[in-house]
Design a protein around this ligand. Structure first.
Ligand code: SF4
Length: 466
């Protein structure tokens, strides 16, 4: 779900109503104490840190005092916060660096703070915003989780989440917003079971909106995803998995199953889909494939914060991964498992006949399917060897006629698409390769990955590999 300026304003208004005075919960009187408390708060609650720090600050009230502390003494004082051996080393080393390079005072610049042992980007931002009054967005686990659930970021990388949040909200609100998100994460949007039913942000939250109250039963149920598929064979797979009702957009090439797809809006081609048409159907997920679609459309969708699932389909391991990813994302784990079992069953017994195979996909110039291509993967999954693929980085390399003549394939396959090979061309190739079997094969069988993979494997095994 793309976040509009209006959505952002409403989210912030609600947070301001809920937590008008959210503040840092780590007790501190100065930048030194906050730096120490924040280092101690890793994997520990703020409440426990607040119980631990008073005796520590009493014994070591300044960086100078802490810099000459004995590790064992510090360990004893901070033990309740966990990971105390590492933390005590960091605290003393941090204090020593502050004494050595900053005249015993915690520096007020991000680039100096992150040089201190035990101080990462998050701690630096906490110190800058709370001790120096410099607006900063510290991303901890609560902020990251909330940002993702609210559709404000789709990254698990804290640096990227920080960038996303800073680009969406005005600088002067960063510090308060950070505390508000943390507070909301602790009280309502909990990691394991978010209390969406009690959450005032629910009408604005893509995650919360997936749960709706059934007016008849009064139960909270998941509402279906709104999926745009930019991959024809995945569109077919979704229909096979009973997800046709979740499809709200498809490409011009998503043609199977025709009857089911009749009323689903088209959003353009696989290489040049129209962003505005995708946005118009308000998708909660767009599915792409690395070679089928362009990086440009993936980046455009990310820029407007539409969740995307990018598949990378090459060999049989990647097919299994793709089934798993789609199954997890669209809550079809049992269908995904079923497809994987079927796939493994279709491959079983491979290697019985190690055929050398040439798959030609275009004529004038000759283009063949390489070992990195999907149909190359089908042959290899059955123990065959793909010929003519010297440049392994290309899925579909081009070859001069004289290069082809040097090959000695057992089998030449001529798919009916994208180039429509015909009987005359098959016979010509048969004359040029008298020792090879040359067959025309249904192009969709060799190119519609995931939805027809097991069928293709069974066909190839039955006709050539047994
Ligand atoms: S609706 Fe649910 S997921 Fe969204 S912010 Fe509220 S508690 Fe979190």
């Amino acid at each position: 779900m793309a976040r509009t300026a209006e959505d952002l304003r409403k989210i912030q208004t609600q947070l301001n109503k809920l937590y008008p005075e959210a503040i840092c919960m780590l007790e501190h009187r100065n930048a030194y104490e906050l730096t120490v408390a924040t280092i101690l708060s890793a994997q520990c609650t703020d409440a426990r840190v607040n119980i631990t720090t008073p005796p520590l600050f009493k014994k070591y009230p300044t960086p100078n005092a802490l810099a000459s502390a004995k590790t064992k003494d510090v360990e004893k004082l901070i033990k309740p916060t966990g990971f105390y051996k590492n933390k005590s080393k960091f605290l003393i080393a941090m204090a020593q660096r502050v004494v050595r390079y900053h005249q015993g005072k915690i520096p007020g610049l991000a680039q100096d703070l992150i040089q201190l042992p035990g101080v990462g980007k998050k701690t630096a931002n906490v110190v800058l915003s709370n001790a120096f009054g410099i607006p900063a967005m510290a991303v901890d686990t609560h902020v990251g989780r909330l940002a993702r659930r609210l559709g404000l970021s789709f990254s698990k990388n804290p640096d990227r989440v920080e960038k996303d949040l800073c680009s969406l909200f005005s600088k002067k609100t960063w510090t308060l917003l950070h505390h508000q998100l943390i507070t909301h994460g602790r009280t309502t949007c909990k990691a394991q079971s978010p209390l969406c039913n009690d959450c005032l942000l629910q009408p604005l939250c893509p995650t919360g909106l997936r749960e709706k109250k059934d007016p008849h039963t009064g139960r909270w149920v998941k509402t279906p995803e709104r999926v745009v598929s930019l991959v024809p064979s995945v569109t077919e797979l979704l229909c096979q998995w009973g997800l046709a009702s979740s499809l709200v957009g498809r490409t011009n090439y998503c043609i199977h199953p025709a009857k089911v797809l009749e009323k689903i809006p088209k959003v353009g081609g696989t290489k040049n889909p129209r962003l505005k048409d995708i946005l118009a159907v308000k998708p909660t997920l767009v599915i792409l494939e690395r070679t089928e679609n362009t990086l440009k459309i993936a980046q455009e969708l990310e820029a407007v914060r539409i969740p995307i699932l990018v598949l990378d389909v090459t060999d049989w391991k990647s097919w299994i991964k793709a089934y798993q990813l789609i199954g997890q994302r669209l809550h079809r784990e049992s269908k995904s498992k079923q497809s994987i079992v079927e796939l493994k069953r279709s491959i079983r017994g491979q290697g019985a006949k190690p055929l050398k195979v040439l798959i030609l996909v275009w004529k004038s110039p000759w283009i063949l399917a390489g070992s990195q291509s999907y149909c190359g993967g089908l042959v290899q999954a059955l123990g065959g060897r793909i010929l003519g693929n010297t440049n392994k980085s290309k899925s579909y390399p081009q070859r001069a006629p004289k290069d082809l003549e040097r090959l000695n394939p057992d089998l030449i396959l001529l798919p009916t698409e994208p180039y429509p090979f015909n009987e005359r061309e098959r016979q010509e190739l048969e004359k040029s390769f008298p020792k090879s079997k040359v067959d025309i094969i249904n192009g969709e069988l060799l190119t519609w990955y995931l939805s027809r993979t097991s069928m293709a494997l069974r066909y190839l095994k039955r006709n050539y590999f047994t």
